[in-house]
Design a protein around this ligand. Sequence first.
Ligand code: SAM
Length: 232
Amino acid sequence: MNKNRLVITEDGSHTLFVADLNEHYHSVHGAVAESKHVFIEAGLKPMLSKKKQISVLEIGLGTGLNAALALLEAENNNVQLIYTGIEPKPIDTEVVNQLNYFSIDGGERMREAIMSIHHGERSHAFSIGKHFVMNYLEARIQDIRFDNETFDLVFFDAFSPTSQPELWTIDVFRKIFSAIQPNGFLVTYVAKGEVRRTMKACGFEIEKLPGFAGKREMTRAHKPLITIPLTI
Ligand SMILES: C[S@@+](CC[C@H](N)C(=O)[O-])C[C@H]1O[C@@H](n2cnc3c(N)ncnc32)[C@H](O)[C@@H]1O
């Protein structure tokens, strides 16, 4: 049996350990802290100052932590989020029920957000409060087609390029590039040169930012306002 196992990280919050990949869903130095550093501080917050309605795509919804933190941020800032989360392997209900994120951040509203994200309908948009529309797609990124220029912001939170090289490919990043609005951007915890070169080949402009907890860098990849067609 290769069931994922809940583990407590350094800030007290849960992550999942995946035995098959020998990898955790988040940094062992703090799941909530990492999620805030990479996706909220470097991703959502800069976008909050630009728009009052933001369309977010997450690749690898997992525990729903990034989505729930984004919901809290939207409510605190009176901004509307339309949140599409892609996840081919939803986590078990018994694991969802044990997640302790509410005791680290957000209290009861965090608990409600996590429950609503996981127990809502799949493939149908539904509201969680006044500021958040959730669309949970139980699918692989490779199998989804998006309309062009749908998203302002992408949280790219797949497993590492070593564990899941098939998700860090030119095909996947081309698809995401087309689906992002000009001036929109993608954030990820990964800083690998090869990944950045692949993103650049799709037209992204790469910004290097300080990584979480001792990691030297993370990546913010921007879609420029004017895109020069590239032949690869
Ligand atoms: C690093 S974990 C994500 C952690 C998650 N964002 C969270 O806060 O819990 C990577 C996630 O990507 C999902 N995943 C695996 N293959 C995928 C695929 N082909 N497309 C989209 N997501 C995938 C995994 O099931 C896992 O939930």
